[in-house]
Design a protein around this ligand. Structure first.
Ligand code: XMP
Length: 535
């Protein structure tokens, strides 16, 4: 979110997200990069939403976007199952940018030729047509410049439709970018949204500001003001309950709801027995003592560990933890006598997209328990003030709300907690081994000044034992793996290259200080093909 963006700051009272005509509709054809497109647009200070291809022309007209982006996707425009495009969308007069499959759809509909090819990934050099460097998609680029772009496609456009001009080509792609000469329709075969297209953000911004004429009014201040109003309207004089996990999302959600309805909010911190070291103390100190939020802490470890006994399947663990969480809430609110009607959840936009499969053809990889695992008979109405936000936008909102930086900078922590980091069966003893390992690891990361360079760092307890030797005796004990990744958004990630002396120090401390661990490994897998969590 662009709270600090100077040109946004100069504007009059921002109309905010969802202002008709000043928002972008991203139609998702199933690309793994669709969320990245949305993030690039939001980073430019423009609100956008991702919707499935089934949206009709009428729906779109009503929603009133100022620009439309057609994402990439795994299908072929010639295939029977390839999701289509309502041609009415192209006649609205709203600028359209087709990316990869989106471009092929534009070509196919306009009477151009799309040819099948083998799936290719990789960097290419785009030669830009001179006509496009002044006011077009490539405004501000040098004419004749070779631009580094990243492609991932099977089919490609061989011949642009009548009335279209080719405005960029690579060695392998004769039509790598095109535009209509009569309508505001643009297509690129490469992916401007990925980091491997280094000047991709400029291309996105040229589309938003030069072609669509949008203004950057998506700011965290405007977001807070609007949601304070919305929450007041939704909640009225009713009581609200919030499950505070100590993570960034629930903390920011609680702070926002507290700003809106003050003491109508009661936060409940459920100690699931699956939290990190000292989690409870730090949450209590910050929220109850510093922020004056009404906070009840519930000790519920055995209630979670009981049903988890003997369960190894990660998705079952998530379901059990999600359901138990809600039951504890129900009981707590009953006992408190607050008669809360509303429940605050720190659900984020990526959760919404994944769990509701708005991504259409692309698959859900993991169920995130704060959305997918809620029981149907839940007696609360949800207040989800962050469900339109990406993680970095949540942090910006947290800063606007004056939340302690110690909370804002925290690495993401999954709802099911250490339950999905103890691989295999979850027992109190194994959780404790992991908790102590994790604490040492994070302490060393902080001491080395590396915490803020890392997106997420944590330890995992493996479901194997290994032979070791301690003194003169043979040991047969736990193995832990350490994970640290850098990422922009959790969707893709690289493992963090710690200095060897750091790894040596952490390993020595863990083996010396955590009874029951005799082997430490470091996970050097990126996402994809691995995921960040092991389960
Ligand atoms: P993966 O493991 O899918 O994780 O690469 C991406 C991000 O999501 C977090 N994560 C979860 N968060 N409930 C949550 O609230 C879950 O069940 C869950 N699983 C993964 C993960 O920590 C990372 O930040």
């Amino acid at each position: 979110m662009t709270g600090a963006r100077p040109d946004a700051a100069k504007r009059p009272a921002p109309a905010g997200e969802g202002a008709p005509g000043n928002r972008v509709l991203v139609i998702d054809y199933g690309s793994q990069f669709t969320q990245l497109i949305a993030r690039r647009i939001r980073e430019a200070g423009v609100y956008c939403e991702i919707h499935p291809p089934a949206r009709t022309e009428e729906w779109v007209r009503e929603w009133s976007p100022g620009g439309i982006v057609l994402s990439g996707g795994p299908s072929s425009v010639y295939g029977d199952d390839g999701p289509g495009l309502d041609p009415g969308l192209l006649a609205l007069g709203v600028p359209v940018l087709g990316i990869c499959y989106g471009m092929q759809l534009l070509a196919h509909h306009g009477g151009g030729r799309v040819v099948p090819g083998k799936r290719e990934y990789g960097r290419a050099a785009l030669r830009i047509a001179e006509s496009e460097t002044d006011g077009g998609l490539f405004h501000g680029f040098r004419s004749g410049e070779e631009l580094a772009v990243w492609c991932s496609h099977g089919d490609h456009v061989d011949e642009p439709p009548p009335g279209f001009t080719t405005v960029g080509a690579t060695a392998d792609l004769p039509v790598a970018a095109f535009r209509s000469r009569t309508r505001p329709l643009y297509g690129v075969q490469f992916h401007p949204e990925v980091a491997h297209t280094p000047r991709g953000q400029e291309i996105v911004e040229n589309f938003l500001f030069r072609i669509c004429g949008l203004s950057p009014d998506w700011t965290s201040g405007a977001f807070v003001a609007r949601w304070v109003e919305r929450i007041r309207r939704q909640v009225g004089s009713e009581q609200v309950i919030c499950g505070l996990s100590g993570g960034v999302d629930s903390s920011v959600a609680a702070a926002l709801v507290h700003r809106a309805v003050g003491d109508q909010l009661t936060c409940v911190f459920v100690d699931t027995g699956l939290m990190r070291m000292n989690e409870r103390t730090s949450v209590e100190r910050t929220f109850r003592e510093h922020m004056g939020i009404r906070l009840v802490a519930v000790e519920a470890g055995p209630e979670f560990l009981g049903p988890l006994e003997g369960v190894s399947d990660p998705e079952r663990k998530r379901r059990i933890i999600g359901e138990t969480f809600i039951r504890v809430f129900e009981r707590t609110t009953r006992e408190l006598g607050t008669h809360a009607r509303f429940l605050v959840q720190g659900t984020l936009y990526p959760d919404v997209i994944e769990s509701l499969s708005v991504r259409g053809p692309s698959a859900t990889i993991k169920t995130h328990h704060n959305v997918g695992g809620l029981p149907d008979d839940m007696p609360f109405e949800l207040v989800e003030p962050l469900r339109e936000l990406f993680k970095d936008e949540v942090r910006a909102v947290g800063r606007t709300l004056g939340l302690d930086n110690a909370f804002i900078r925290r690495h993401p922590f999954p709802g099911p907690g250490l339950g999905i980091r103890v691989l295999g069966p979850v027992t109190a003893e194994r959780v404790e081994v992991l908790r102590r390992t994790d604490a040492i690891y994070l302490e060393e990361i902080e001491a080395a000044g590396l915490y803020d360079e890392i997106w997420q760092a944590f330890a995992v307890l493996l479901p194997v034992r290994s032979v070791g030797v301690m003194g003169d005796s043979r040991t047969y004990e736990h193995v832990v793996s350490l994970r640290a990744v850098t990422s922009r958004d959790g969707m893709t990630a690289d493992w963090y290259p710690f200095p060897h002396d750091f790894l040596a120090r952490v390993s020595t401390r863990i083996i010396n200080e955590v009874a029951g661990v005799n082997r430490v490994t470091y996970d050097i897998s990126s996402k994809p093909p691995a995921t960040i969590e092991w389960e």
